[in-house]
Design a protein around this ligand. Sequence first.
Ligand code: MG
Length: 321
Amino acid sequence: MTNRRDFLRNASLFTLGGLLAGKGSMASAATNAAPVVHNVHASKNFGLQIYSLFRELYDDVPGGLKKVADMGYSYIELAGYRDGKISNIEMADFKKMADDAGLKIRSTHVNPPVREYNASNKQQIMDFWKKAADDHAKIGVQLLIQPGQPSTRSVEETAYVGEIFNEAGKIAKAAGLSFGYHNHEMEFAQVIPGGSESKFGRRAYGRDQQGVEIIYDLMLKNTDPSLVFFELDVYWTVMGQQDPVAYIKKYKDRIKALHIKDKYVLGQSGMMNFERIFAQANANGITNFFVELERMAEGTGTQFEGVKGCADFLNKSSFVK
Ligand code: MG
């Protein structure tokens, strides 16, 4: 009887969550209802980009990672790699803390030391990727992802960035990792051949301009699918005035990971249709879902509370498998 009652209670919550998920302020009611749902999160597949916790994580990393696992996250994506450490923690020690918490370190965000790519600093970039790939391979990380946009002011400069990504992909592959790129909104700006700046939104190039391309599309076109994959940040895609579902559908062989993100806590803004996003991702067979949370709005709670709110949203959403 208990099982049946729990099932009915959970089933009604799933429906409620589904109805409220896209309804702005009403979504917070669904978030508040989440603690009633028990024992569903263990089987769901989603992870956390640890940047979401900001410095709060470093007050107590072993304890913080256990809290993350208890919320229902089953894997993490690192941030803060520098000189062979994560923040100030030796990578092997960080892995031990993650293992103890029951979290797998699946991915990492790492930016090379320069933003402008050219022939004179190519070797510096490659030396950086070699060390980063080797350091992460030692602790079993699979995905090596660049989250920062290099300078892409023209079609030609964007093509060169693609070449550098391919080279980084070769280095990652040799170390047993996959190299990926993560977007913000300005990858959806436009460039032209021989251009000197990218343009976006109201400043976009006019209809009579020849050769206009979206940077993100050029990045896809100029990279080798066997060397470079894409981690689509669904929130920044929307902020880039594009439909993340259209991209996930069109580039199903390229987009292998998602950043599951909203303005603040998942589901609260009403601007993200996570049901459509997960439906397409599940249809594509995507298995890497990393929740990301920017700094919480003033007075709305700690980063840990926000990260818990995100997990609660996914745990009660029936479209998350
Ligand atoms: Mg992101």
